[in-house]
Design a protein around this ligand. Structure first.
Ligand code: ME8
Length: 682
């Protein structure tokens, strides 16, 4: 039986500079999905690569005093080394300077001219070199590029154009027939309203003002302009236009792509121009384009000139690749913007990785040695506690599958971490130390088996996200390969007994918050400039083994939590002063009330359904005496989104809304209506 295929791509990045943590974000997300799909039995094709033509690249090579090829080879080696360090499991890496690509682009350009889809005309407009984008006068903001705010140049030159306008109706019909094509859905209206409704302009697809690119065969003073060149990588890489029958079969096998992952700024090229190019070539269109949000720094978008770029290799060297992968995928709901703060990184590493997962694996191994001879014992019949944990394990598998289908990595990790939390709680409740003391051997063995089985579930579930950690746990707990498959998670209790368990250092060290914040501050903008001329790949220096502590932990609990030690500044309003890192633990987002109703039998409580962009949450709020429920519907509110869920009068509340209170009056804290649901409040 042939396996179903899954073809996933990242953008091909511009190698005009070293990549930063933002590029790593897309690549890590695609990697997690590719690994997950492989575990689910798909024949996966994961493509990434580099977009190597254009004026910008030519200029950077000149600045570096290098021949373009030499310049590019240096950066590409650096990029491949980055992906190796981040454990990116791509199946192919395409460079647009490769012959397999250039030859096909040349041929298809000729064909599109012959077909009348590409025609020669004159171009006049404003050009932003860093963004490789043309803008009309009307689109400029204060005379500058609307995307990056930099200077633009007026250009007039003979150019070839792609007749986009001819395909607009077919494109809109395609959107209608494939409502899931553009994800998240909110981006679809933006595309239609901003680019299609005002009248889709024909796209300039050649330039004569620079030389570094694929030349038009019949008119070689023209160089194929970068988006036509770039987008077609998705088909040339898998064999489109190849003479080799094996490559042709590969194209048939994988095309159309299942999903293109892109940042939101290039969604437009992927959902308008790319489908139209494919229509002109008579090819099927990709199934999905997912436009994720931006990873920002506190002071806005990352940029070298602002000095707020962090070199991902330095982060990996300090914390290990899994820690960085985890942070990127857990911290930011896929589709939304998110802010990278050193505080949030350190908190995630300390709480989720060191405390929750690391501690579960570590303390359990120690107990295996202390109580049951260092091997997983056989279990007797499960009691209620075990059945409860078993049910959660099986339910978590289903939840993760659903979230992965929706490409919601942070939610998938959230589900897995709920399970890890529950497993830790199970240990506290089942208290193996007490069973040991009381000599209840049979029960003790059942408990220790259950712990090992929960750890096996967690390790398999985290494997797409944290591949090294999964391998480490499997090695430590001697999990046989056939028990590390997704299918091995169908029934709790099928994991083998008798496996030896080794005692190892903790998987993740607990970090000293202050020392790390200082170190992270120093890491910012430590990326090397390509003009340094030393662009050859560094020797592969893997990060520290994840088991090796990277910083000596400072035990001072007050410092670790950011509370001011006694003798610090005076208290404010009765509460002690806190450090920014404590405040940063609170996640506040903009929400909109979609439903409000009284909780039966509770005169103070309202049950609200609040839309947070990526999800709608149920929140129970003690404000019923101040508001009519109907008056709240549609209101923008500020929600504390990372509170642990609680039950109020039997109704689960998953968050809290903020309100100001004064002398018995209560007013909701709100934001202007134009702030989108899910926006961060800080
Ligand atoms: O646009 N947050 O290349 P590029 C999240 N060559 N993602 C980010 C990011 C950030 N701060 N910064 C970059 C190009 N990215 C073209 C693409 S595709 C046919 C041609 C990621 O080097 C994100 O995926 O500017 C974004 O779309 C991409 O890098 C831009 O990479």
């Amino acid at each position: 039986m042939t396996r179903p295929t899954f073809y996933i791509t990242t953008p091909i990045y511009y190698p005009n500079d070293f990549l930063h943590i933002g590029h790593s974000y897309t690549t890590v997300a695609a990697d997690a999905l590719a690994r997950y799909k492989r575990m689910r039995g798909f024949d996966v094709m994961y493509l990434t690569g580099t977009d190597e033509h254009g004026l910008k690249i030519q200029q950077r090579a000149e600045q570096a005093g290098q021949d373009v090829h030499e310049f590019l080879d240096g950066i590409i080696a650096w990029i491949k080394d980055l992906w190796a360090k981040l454990d990116i499991s791509y199946d192919d890496f395409i460079r647009t300077t490769e012959e397999r690509h250039t030859r096909v682009v040349e041929a298809l350009f000729e064909r599109l001219i012959d077909q009348g889809d590409i025609y020669l005309s004159d171009y006049e407009g404003w050009y932003c070199t860093p963004c490789e984008s043309f803008w009309s006068e009307r689109e400029l903001v204060d005379g500058k590029c609307p995307d990056c705010g930099r200077e633009v140049q007026f250009v007039r030159e003979e150019s070839y154009f792609f007749r986009m306008s001819k395909y607009v109706d077919r494109l809109l019909a395609f959107y209608d027939a494939h409502p899931d094509f553009i994800q998240p859905e909110s981006r679809k209206n933006e595309m239609i309203n901003n680019f299609i409704k005002p009248g889709l302009k024909d796209l300039c697809v050649s330039r004569t003002s620079f030389d570094w690119g694929i030349h038009v065969r019949r008119d070689p003073k023209h160089v194929v302009y970068v988006w036509l060149d770039a987008l077609t990588n998705y088909i040339t890489a898998i064999g489109y236009g190849s003479d080799d029958p094996q490559m042709q079969a590969k194209f048939e096998r994988y095309w159309p792509a299942d999903v293109h992952f892109v940042g939101k700024e290039i969604v437009r090229f992927h959902v308008i121009y790319w489908p139209i190019i494919l229509m002109a070539l008579g090819l099927p269109l990709p199934k999905k384009v997912y436009g994720h949000g931006f990873l920002m720094m506190r002071d806005g978008k990352m940029s070298k000139s602002k000095g707020n770029v962090i070199d991902p290799k330095l982060l990996i060297a300090r914390y290990g690749s899994d820690a960085i992968r985890y942070f990127l995928l857990r911290e930011i709901p896929f589709g939304q913007d998110g802010v990278f703060t050193p505080e949030s990184l350190v908190q995630r590493l300390n709480y989720d990785l060191a405390n929750d997962l690391g501690n579960l694996v570590h303390r359990s191994a120690a107990m295996m040695h202390r109580f049951v001879g260092g091997a997983v014992p056989a279990s007797s019949a499960f009691g209620p506690l075990e059945r409860d944990l078993a049910a959660l394990c099986e339910q978590t598998v289903a939840e993760v599958e659903q979230h992965m289908d929706d490409m919601q990595f942070s939610l998938a990790l959230g589900s897995i971490w709920s399970l890890i939390g529950r497993a830790n709680k199970y240990i506290d409740e089942a208290a193996p130390w007490a069973l040991n003391k009381a000599g209840e051997r049979e029960r003790l063995q059942t408990v220790m088996y259950t712990i090992a089985e929960a750890i096996r579930y967690a390790s398999v579930l985290v494997a797409p996200f944290l591949p090294r950690t999964a391998e480490q746990i499997w090695a430590q707990y001697s999990v046989e390969p056939e028990q590390t498959t997704w299918e091995s998670l169908r029934r709790f209790g099928t994991g083998a007994a008798g496996r030896a368990v080794a005692q190892r250092d903790p998987l993740f060290p607990r970090l000293d918050v202050e020392a790390e914040l200082e170190a992270l501050g120093a890491l910012a903008n430590k990326g090397r400039a390509p003009s340094s001329g030393t662009t050859a790949a560094e020797p592969n220096q893997p990060g520290p083994s994840q088991s090796a502590p990277v910083a000596a932990a400072k035990p001072a609990a007050q410092n670790a939590t950011g509370l001011t030690p006694s003798g610090g500044p005076p208290e404010v309003g009765g509460k002690p002063r806190i450090g920014i890192d404590v405040f940063d633990q609170v996640e506040l987002r903009v929400g909109q009330v979609e439903l409000a109703e009284r909780v039966p039998g509770a005169d103070k409580l309202l049950r609200l359904m609040v839309n947070l962009g990526a999800e709608t949450r149920q929140i129970v709020s003690g404000i019923a005496q101040h508001f009519q429920p109907e008056a709240l519907v549609g209101q923008k509110v500020i929600v504390v989104t990372n509170l642990k869920p609680v039950k109020l009068r039997g109704v689960e509340s998953n968050g809290m809304i903020l309100a100001a209170s004064h002398e018995g009056t209560l007013k909701l804290a709100t934001v202007p209506p134009e702030m989108p649901n899910g926006a961060i409040v800080k």
